[in-house]
Write a protein that binds this ligand. Structure first.
Ligand code: ADP
Length: 192
């Protein structure tokens, strides 16, 4: 399998680049944000709990996310590879992911870190809020999401550097120029 973690702050373009990777490399997409939004829409138990966290711009607790991901992984057993978008977001999630993939005799081939400056992130999220009406894309929630990112998610850069899986991607410029960098990395990835 070719399993890839697409990483970056909120607004860094993970979803957009994931779509291009999926088209070319035939991977299955796992976006924890999208799974959570579907749970909220369907008013499931998990959805009701997650809603409170998401609207405050907080992360949903690790145990809930890890259980949810285990279920998603089991439903994707026959995929050629997976792209993890919005997961892992904490060190415990990264450790759980490593273990879950190990148990399934596979692992992560690359972590792609979309680097974008804070001011650009805020502008993109405000614009998305205006265009798509996502309830967490408002100024107050954006600030807490970025704070959560710096506190809990950014340490994953060091984690994946130690694992020798980290690749920095310049996340500004045209969508195509960003994707070219990703394509070059993925084309030379070893498949486990
Ligand atoms: P973005 O990358 O723009 O923040 P996502 O759609 O990935 O958007 O996530 C939206 C929200 O869902 C996050 O702010 C967080 O509250 C919750 N969430 C998504 N994935 C995770 C995760 N892996 N761990 C904890 N919370 C998560």
């Amino acid at each position: 399998m070719l399993n890839v973690v697409i990483f970056g702050a909120p607004g860094s373009g993970k979803g957009t680049q994931s779509e291009l990777i999926i088209k070319e490399f035939g991977l299955d997409h796992i976006s924890t944000g999208e799974v959570l939004r579907a749970e909220i829409k369907n008013k499931t138990g998990l959805g009701m709990i997650a809603d409170g966290y998401i609207n405050k711009g907080h992360l949903v607790p690790d145990d809930l996310i890890i259980d949810m991901l285990a279920g998603v992984l089991d439903s994707k057993k026959n995929a050629r590879g997976l792209i993890f978008d919005g997961f892992p977001r904490t060190i415990p999630q990264a450790e759980a992911l490593k273990e879950m993939l190990n148990e399934r005799a596979t692992g992560i081939a690359a972590m792609l870190n979309l680097e974008v400056e804070e001011e650009e992130l805020i502008n993109r999220l405000l614009e998305r809020g205006r265009r798509m009406g996502r309830s967490d894309d408002n100024p107050e929630t954006i600030k807490s999401r970025l704070d959560e990112y710096h506190l809990k998610t950014a340490p994953l850069v060091e984690y994946y550097k130690k694992e020798n899986l980290h690749h920095a991607i310049k996340g500004t410029g045209t969508v195509e120029a960003i994707y070219e960098q990703i394509k070059e990395i993925l084309s030379s990835c070893r498949i486990s």
